[in-house]
Design a protein around this ligand. Structure first.
Ligand code: CP3
Length: 355
């Protein structure tokens, strides 16, 4: 799976190797700071809501034409530097046979939570053929995107486990932690299976032509650093190390991870995603040598434009402390966001950062 990046390499990874996004992920010089938004493809866009009307979330993820169109919508509208593949972290679990749904306004709901050794049998390995629609959509997208990178993604083992064990979204992750502390052997067996599923899912996306991957461990900020290192890091490392041969940038992101950033970098990330609570210059010191991604507070987009502009300037200035900076929000675009503000942020980032 080795990836070349010479001028003669016409593969999607080769065509995008000179993009500002991929170069920033590698800590190389860039013409401007690249920018994209987590959850850029989604409910903040009226054209998305129109396309999705009457189609369930998981069903929409299985339709390559629809996935392609939804992925391209924010690229056309905002002029972002990268596309993020339209799918969900629960897609590989659904494809692996776990009974679940994604409920609008709630999130993933799992029919029968996984809490015992017997339950673990329901978490089967992922057959790449069960996500052939992902392979098809990535190929359609890279043919359209040409030299603009497509970011593939997956949920990290801890965040996937939290949905499986809780049975749905959770504030305190009590059941998840009860299993983690109460039956470490079962916990590690579950996370190992989830790491294998995630690895298979990301390899399908890489084989089809994505230019980078992001591993979302959205809820891992619920753990202390010591618990992260003991109960989670080995499994995230299995995923990230398992992709090393591809030679593509690996971004690793979680929310509330100010104290976990060094450990997350050490899990095998190239680029460390940072939420809005940790200034990027502080984050850069913690993950010395790694480019960073982030971290405008998504709620700032609801403030007057002068505030948005001031905050964008601050994030750009703090990002200069790292060897590379990919501008993003500190978490996903909130559904009520005015999309015209997102477009203005892209223009502002490009203008202010032009070298
Ligand atoms: O970023 C993008 O634009 C690409 C698509 C994407 C979705 N989910 C589409 C989606 C990505 C990258 C994700 C990742 C994801 N899914 C994460 C990690 C990122 C993060 O936000 O922390 C998590 C934790 C999930 C699980 C999940 N799926 C949640 C929490 C929700 C929102 C529930 C709600 O409705 O408030 C979903 C559903 C979902 N995934 C939607 C979209 C566009 C909304 C569903 C809809 O439009 O019907």
């Amino acid at each position: 799976m080795a990836v070349m990046s010479s001028a003669t390499d016409t593969s999607p990874a080769g065509r995008t190797a000179g993009s500002a996004f991929v170069r920033a992920c590698r800590g190389q010089s860039v013409p401007h700071t690249p920018v994209w938004f987590m959850r850029q493809a989604g409910r903040s866009l009226p054209e998305y809501r129109a396309l999705r009307a009457g189609i369930r979330m998981l069903e929409s993820c299985r339709q390559p034409d629809l996935v392609t169109e939804i992925t391209l919508q924010p690229v056309r509208r905002h002029g972002v530097d990268a596309a993020i593949f339209f799918s969900d972290i629960m897609v590989p679990l659904d494809a692996a046979g776990v009974e679940l749904d994604i409920v609008a306004g709630t999130g993933p709901v799992v029919a029968e939570p996984v809490r015992t050794l017997a339950d673990l049998d329901r978490v089967r390995p992922l057959d790449p053929a069960a996500v052939s629609y992902v392979d098809a959509a990535v190929r359609m997208l890279t043919a359209e995107l040409l030299d603009k990178p497509l970011i593939g993604f997956a949920g990290a083992p801890f965040t996937l486990a939290s949905y499986l064990v809780e049975g749905g979204p959770s504030r305190n992750h009590t059941q998840t932690k009860a299993l983690m502390y109460g039956d470490p052997q079962l916990w590690h067996a579950l996370l190992d299976r989830l790491a294998d599923i995630t690895l298979t899912f990301l390899k399908v996306q890489i084989g089809a032509g994505v230019s980078a991957v992001q591993l979302f461990d959205s809820w891992v900020g619920a753990l202390s650093e010591a618990d992260y290192r003991q109960y989670v890091q080995p499994h995230s490392r299995k995923v990230l190390d398992g992709l090393a041969d591809a030679g593509l940038p690996r971004i690793h992101f979680g929310v509330g991870t100010g104290l976990l950033l060094p450990a997350m970098a050490q899990a095998g990330a190239d680029v460390v995603g940072v939420d809005w609570r940790t200034p990027l210059d502080q984050a850069a010191k913690q993950v010395l040598g790694h480019p960073v991604q982030g971290n405008l507070d998504p709620a700032v987009l609801f403030a007057p434009w002068e505030v948005v502009e001031r905050e964008v300037r601050r994030v750009l200035a703090e990002g200069r402390a790292a060897p590379g900076h990919v501008f993003n929000l500190g978490h996903g675009v909130l559904p009520e966001t005015d999309p015209t503000v997102l477009t203005r942020v892209v223009e502002l980032v490009h203008t202010l950062s032009a070298r």
